[in-house]
Design a protein around this ligand. Structure first.
Ligand SMILES: Nc1nc2c(c(=O)[nH]1)N[C@H]1C(S)=C(S)[C@@H](COP(=O)(O)O)O[C@H]1N2
Ligand SMILES: [Mo]
Length: 319
């Protein structure tokens, strides 16, 4: 993405008092399973740090990809999260001091219900699902990621957006003391993103709270991040503290920073090249060195489900 370069808590320890502090609060809301979860694919249990709590009652979604998922190691050590640095390894290396709990999310703008809510209030009514999604970064690499989350549309309905609400805007937390990357002006902080209301309400769009059955590592956007599987990865804003319903298309970080390179839609499209590289193929992270790149699919392989959202839209001009 770079445009310019600048310089353990056990379940048995959960007590009523702990409900007010730290990570345990989320687990109380989401339901915590002490028992080990069987890990398929590349997610070896020993790779998952013990301080990441298992999420209980996670049901499998029929909307999951059947492709082999990347390992937990790949998913948590090859990241883009400029708040922690520009290199793929920086988020894992420099996010240990980030405190994702306690956490609040502000809901505002064109909606009947608004306010500042604890993460627990946000999550409480929503059963968690495992959604294994193909992920395509705009930099032409890809992964398959077993997210744990719930449909964003289910959350939006609770806040009853008005008829004026045409878009949903998202904002990442601003905490330069805990996020060393925010001390450099490499992006205009805080990171912001947005979707049209139709995109936000689409059943494939989720808010993720976990990966591989455990809560999100800091580097993947703890405690709450967006996942929109037919769009380039940069739409998947991390560590969300504000969700606003707006009448106008909101500003987004990457399209502000480099409007010729990153559009508002950011639909995965093998036919529309990035100005500095082709988008026709992608390199699957974790595949053997020198193995051939694979073709990138329109809408990242989700065309059957989402192409109808864009009938009549010129996807070359609206990239
Ligand atoms: N707040 C914030 N969200 C962000 C980013 C970022 O730098 N800051 N990077 C985006 C980009 S470019 C990608 S590819 C994905 C990477 O998500 P992952 O590290 O969980 O795979 O996060 C997106 N969300
Ligand atoms: Mo990305």
């Amino acid at each position: 993405m770079l445009t310019r370069r600048p310089d353990a808590i056990r379940p048995s320890e959960i007590t009523p008092e702990s409900v007010f502090h730290g990570r345990r609060h989320l687990l109380a809301a989401a339901g915590f399973a002490g028992a080990g979860l069987l890990l398929g694919r590349g997610g070896r249990a020993e790779d998952i740090p013990k301080d990441l709590r298992r999420l209980a009652g996670v049901r499998k979604s029929p909307l999951s990809s059947t492709e082999a998922a990347n390992s937990f190691e790949d998913i948590s050590h090859y990241n883009n999260f400029y708040e922690f640095g520009l290199d793929k390894s920086d988020p894992a290396d420099y996010s240990a001091g980030f405190r994702p709990r306690p956490w609040t999310v502000t809901i505002d703008g064109e909606a009947a219900v608004k306010g500042r809510f604890t993460l627990e209030d946000i999550l409480k009514p929503h059963p968690l699902e495992e959604r294994i999604y193909r992920f395509r970064c705009v930099e032409a690499w890809s992964m398959v990621i077993p997210w744990v989350g719930f449909p964003l549309g289910d959350l939006i309905r609770r806040f009853r957006p008005t008829s004026q609400a045409k878009y949903v805007a998202f904002e990442t937390v601003l905490r330069p003391a805990e996020m060393p990357g925010q001390r450099s002006p490499v992006l205009d902080w805080p990171y912001v993103e947005g979707l049209s209301m139709a995109e936000a309400m689409h059943p494939l769009t989720i808010l993720a709270v976990g990966v591989y059955g455990v809560e999100l590592p800091n580097q993947n956007g703890a405690p709450l991040r967006l996942v929109v599987p037919w769009k380039y990865g940069f739409k998947g804003i991390k560590s969300i503290v504000r969700i606003s319903f707006t009448a106008r298309q909101p500003r987004t970080t990457w399209s502000t920073s480099a409007p010729d390179e990153y559009g508002f839609l950011a639909n995965v499209n093998p036919k529309v090249d990035h100005p500095r590289w082709s988008q026709a193929t992608e390199r699957r992270i974790g595949s053997p060195l020198f193995s051939p790149k694979q073709p990138t699919l329109p809408f990242n392989g989700y065309a059957a489900q989402v192409a109808s959202l864009y009938t009549g839209v010129d996807l070359v001009r609206n990239f």
